[in-house]
Write a protein that binds this ligand. Structure first.
Ligand code: ZN
Length: 684
């Protein structure tokens, strides 16, 4: 897995609150979820004025009629689709667990069955993690810490920092070692450092949670409280040394090629040679140390803390990482803090949902082969390829017509666009899982072996040629992304369905749906981050200084604009954190609209023709708006404002349409109405 973030369409609600608990006896779905539809007339609230609050117009009735299910923290059209994909996947997994027909089905069927075995988990209690706890207990000297951390990282247990591989951002043909900050349990460093009342309260609740988990491991209350205090102290120190999320958006800030000796210079009291040797990387000469200052801080932490305190921190990482797979008391306590307190979730997620998603994460390209055969017709792939070409042509037109960009920069931008690679549906060749051993009676072991399998896949890439055909997302995933080093756009089969894409509906709705999604991913190639990479996927300034100044002026406008949008009382969006996504949303809506106009002209469709009482332009904007209908729990809105580079649904709609004058024309709005402000922003 890449450590550096890719620009994706969204983060699903499971991103943070993984490993939730389940109730006994809830292990089967009761009914098949209904398939979402594109352009939902019943979602529209005609009492709202589209020129005043377009989101309320497009989604008002949907929001009223779709309260958040008790086992969710956010409920939107994305979730409708991903829940349905998950259900269909569940049917495949259940069949494979009961009566596998192929060796691959036997493998993922066993993985799923092991996860579903609640009785076994409850019987075993803490036993599955005993070997790791013993390893931690055996630590006598700080000099042995690196060997212990290496062993745990190899089993998927986090702590302190992360190591993987990445493409060299200055030479995208090379794969290099990638070492990044880590070691925090709360979602962001701000949770440790902010002095406001809300943050202080969360820290108190977190401390109580860590204490309870140590008690569940068998420690006395007093001992557990002392251990939790050490965990908090170490994580707070690591948070202070961590780079802020916003600063990591600039690729220059996280690129520092260093020799192993230089790394040892940052953290002299840590056994890097031992750590690397345990990861079969003894011959490694250099790597990218993303945040050198963090590794200086790590040294300070190791020096300042006692062996016992460091052991408490590592032990915490063992139980926290595995809590979702242990017996009921661990599940419940983990749910109470991370899902209920932090995210506002009311009820535990049913086991079948967690096990389906977990099997997809671990064996996605095994499970996906059967899923795609059943759910993704070849015609869908052909149509999608045509749509992508139409959007590429529209973006090319858009670039050519920009009045603020010189011909020299335009030529470079066009070169980059022409070099885009499109990945649609699923990979040409499937991942080989033969080295991943799955046991039907060992859930915790399966997860650890899966983590090791993925870690080796990542670390074994170092020094090897880049495999351009590899996929990062599994086929049933409802998401899309752009990878700046690969300069590719990716659309898994999971998203190529209603409400995003329906080959039976009029083009206006499809362009407002998957068309904008395609345009969004393409625009990522030209947002604050992507625009620093060239056609070959290398960080290089291909802009003239004057053009770059003009670009910055326009992105600054968006930063200010989105800083002003509120998502919960007293909590606004962070315009810098969400800049890339907002640029992509705005660009996507412009480009897909141009592509739609070309198609309508070619088809001879009059612009004033109506379906369901709406013109093509109106259907386009409503189709777009309805992608983002959602209800979100307040706690989750607050957490996302600090961590999610995507704006909330309301602002993904209203923030974007108010920057696009074609929207005002489509709904006959007047300048000065909220959706047609006198001042608006535009980058692409
Ligand atoms: Zn995106």
């Amino acid at each position: 897995m890449l450590l550096k973030s890719l620009a994706s369409l969204l983060i699903l609600s499971s991103g943070f609150a993984l490993g939730q608990a389940s109730k006994a006896g809830d292990s089967a779905p009761t009914s098949e979820p209904k398939a979402p539809v594109s352009f939902d007339l019943s979602a529209i609230d005609k009492t709202a004025d589209p020129c005043v609050d377009f989101y309320a117009y497009a989604c008002g009735n949907w929001k009223k009629n779709n309260p958040i299910p008790a086992d969710q923290t956010r409920w939107g059209r994305f979730n409708e689709l991903s829940e349905r994909n998950n259900y269909l996947l569940y049917a495949d997994l259940k069949a494979a667990a009961d009566a596998p027909k192929t060796p691959l089905q036997k493998k993922y069927g066993d993985y799923f069955a092991a996860c579903m075995n609640e009785d076994l988990a409850n019987t075993l209690g803490v036993k599955p993690i005993d070997p790791w706890l013993k390893e931690v207990a055996a630590l006598k000297d700080k000099k042995e810490l690196a060997a212990l951390v290496a062993a745990l990282h190899n089993s998927g247990i986090g702590g302190f920092y992360r190591l993987g591989s990445t493409q060299d951002q200055k030479d995208s043909t090379k794969q290099i070692g990638d070492l990044g900050q880590g070691g925090l349990t709360l979602p962001d460093r701000d949770y440790y450092l902010n002095g406001d009342e809300r943050s202080t309260k969360i820290r108190e609740q977190y401390l109580a949670h860590v204490t309870k988990m140590f008690v569940l491991l068998g420690d006395s209350q007093e001992q557990a409280a002392a251990e939790a205090k050490s965990v908090m102290e170490i994580e707070t120190a690591l948070a202070k040394g961590s780079m802020a999320r916003v600063d990591m958006r600039d690729p220059h800030n996280t690129y520092h090629i260093m020799t192993i000796a230089e790394l040892e210079g940052l953290t002299p009291d840590y056994g890097w040679k031992t750590y690397l040797a345990t990861n079969k990387l003894s011959d490694l000469k250099t790597l990218d140390v993303n945040q050198p200052d963090f590794f200086k801080t790590l040294n300070t932490v190791i020096d300042a803390e006692s062996v016992d305190a460091l052991k408490s921190y590592v032990r915490w990482n063992v139980v926290h990482t595995t809590a979702g797979e242990l017996s009921k008391p661990f599940l419940d306590e983990n749910f109470d803090f991370f899902s209920a307190t932090m995210a506002g979730q009311k009820e535990q997620t049913p086991r079948w949902k967690r096990c389906t998603a977990g099997t997809d994460r671990a064996l996605g390209e095994a499970v996906g082969q059967d899923w795609v055969a059943r759910n993704f017709p070849p015609a869908a792939k052909d149509n999608m390829e045509k749509l992508v070409k139409a959007l590429e042509a529209a973006l090319n037109q858009d670039i050519q017509h920009l009045d603020w960009m010189s011909d020299a920069t335009k030529a470079e931008a066009e070169k980059k666009l022409a070099a885009f690679r499109d990945k649609i549906g699923y990979p040409d060749t499937w991942r080989d899982y033969s080295k991943f051993e799955v046991k039907r009676d060992d859930r915790v072991g399966n997860t650890a072996r899966g983590a090791y399998f993925n870690r080796r896949r990542s670390l074994d890439r170092i020094g090897k040629p880049v495999n351009e055909k590899e996929w990062g997302m599994t086929p049933p995933t409802v998401n899309a992304n752009y990878n700046p080093s690969m300069n590719d756009i990716n659309f898994p089969a999971g998203i190529l369905q209603p409400p995003f894409y329906d080959f039976k509906i009029d083009p206006a709705v499809n362009f407002g749906g998957i068309g904008v999604v395609i345009g969004h991913e393409m625009t990522h190639g030209f947002d604050d981050e992507g625009s620093q990479f060239d056609a070959q996927g290398n960080v290089r300034m291909w802009w003239t200084p004057e053009d770059r100044k003009e670009f910055d002026k326009r992105t600054d406008c968006e930063v200010q604009e989105y800083n002003g949008f509120e998502v919960a009382p007293g909590q606004n969006l962070n315009g810098k954190l969400t800049l890339g996504e907002n640029t992509a949303d705005n660009g996507g809506l412009h480009i897909a609209y141009q592509a739609l106009l070309s198609v309508l002209a070619k088809d001879g469709t009059p612009l004033d023709s109506k379906i369901d009482g709406y013109t093509p332009a109106q259907r386009y904007f409503i189709g777009y708006g309805q992608l983002w209908c959602e209800n979100t729990r307040e706690q989750t809105s607050r957490m996302r404002a600090k961590t999610d580079p995507h704006s909330s649904g309301q602002w993904r709609v209203n923030g974007v349409v108010q920057n696009f004058d074609e929207f005002g024309k489509a709904f006959s709005c007047k300048v000065g109405q909220p959706m047609i402000p006198a001042k608006s922003c535009r980058v692409w």
